[in-house]
Every structure is written in C-alpha cells, then in structure tokens.
Design a protein around this ligand. Sequence first.
Ligand code: FES
Length: 104
Amino acid sequence: MEGFARALEVSKLPPGSMKTVEVGGEDVLLVNVGGKYYGIGAICKHEEWDLSEGTLEDTKVICAGHGTVWDLNTGVGEFDEPLENEPLYDVKAEGGFLYVRRRA
Ligand code: FES
C-alpha cells in the first residue's frame, strides 16, 4: 500500500456512481464502473468544472460544462481544442475503504 492514501468509504461509491474527494491536496474523481474503480483528476482541464457533475457513460465521463469526453483509462479529453490530459490514479479497496495513489 506504499504511496496510497485513504480517500473514501467503499459504501459511498456504489456501481455507476462517481464522487470528487480531496486527497493530499488534489481533487480526485473516484468512479465505480460495475465494481471496477477508476481515479482521474476531478477538475476539467477546459474551464475547471467539477467532473462529478457530469455524466458517466461506460468508462467515459462527459463534463457538464461544455461536453468534453474524458477517458477514465487514458486521462485524455476529447474536445474541439487540445486539452492537457487529466492525471490518473490507482484505486484500491481494502478494509471497507478506497485508497488512491497518483500514477507516475
Ligand atoms: S469545463 Fe469541462 S468542458 Fe468546459
């Protein structure tokens, strides 16, 4: 568990849901897609909307602001202008909690 920080109770993130949590000063969007957990930067690189206000479609999150489609596997955002990638986080469930670690 080296480098992982406790982020949220597992029970607060049922399948099909997403939630923004602050971990170590960073805003992380935690997502549960059919029991698999994903972690991505929570603040849209376009105009800083919180991605938890968006829509989850499979392993993509559509920003509520202006529709950028963020891929939870790659951190890449599809928009009509190039955007910086979102950082990705590893997420682990243990002892009823989710733990996250920023990927290098
Ligand atoms: S703030 Fe996310 S698409 Fe504009």
